[in-house]
Design a binder for this molecule. Sequence first.
Ligand SMILES: C[S@@+](CC[C@H](N)C(=O)[O-])C[C@H]1O[C@@H](n2cnc3c(N)ncnc32)[C@H](O)[C@@H]1O
Length: 215
Amino acid sequence: MAEINLLESYPRARRPLGRATLPGKPDIAKRYGREYFDGDRTEGYGGYRYDGRWVPIAARIRDHYGLTGAHRVLDVGCAKGFLLHDLKAAVPGLSVVGLDISEYALAHAMSDTQGRLVRGSADRLPFGDGEFDLVLSINVLHNLERARCIAALREIARVGRRQSYVQVDSWLSEEQRENLARWVLTAVTYYDPEGWRQLFAEAGYHGDYFWTLTE
Ligand SMILES: C[S@@+](CC[C@H](N)C(=O)[O-])C[C@H]1O[C@@H](n2cnc3c(N)ncnc32)[C@H](O)[C@@H]1O
């Protein structure tokens, strides 16, 4: 288990802080539909489009975990399959599978990942024990309330046989904590690093992890 940032090259998020306090706004984002991915920025991504940002991250993941064409990778909360697309390009022959709760994201996924994606929830993975060499889950688990978040971490440990990497909302300073509280759209479970480590221990999660910080 290691604290390691595999997303160093990911562009810093420019989140429209203050959204969480807008009066009377329904929780549209939590439906993970068109509004969340391709609607207004105050409801989510404001356009979740492939722009190549995952290319260097896929190379970093390949190198860090020594991925080869003999391996099988699962991305839990894969959205439109951008990372899986770039992992396939970075590792010829790699077998990839994605899971997401969003019908919209899966219907609009990269064409070369279609057929490799399944709809489901992170806390009930429809896979057998030890099916994957590497399980990834980036910016997903904080969207589950605590008990389901723990269940999801156990599921990740169960279906993986070698390595895993999860990234979740957290903070390293008071300013980042306040920024997260002012932005939070979909997250319901978030802690400082020590709080997350306690939750990982409770779940028996021994994989790698890092934090998404709100600047
Ligand atoms: C912030 S996005 C991250 C997407 C992608 N991993 C990335 O980093 O670009 C969160 C994703 O988690 C998915 N999601 C939310 N709750 C989920 C659940 N219980 N099980 C699986 N996926 C979930 C959403 O549909 C969405 O695609």
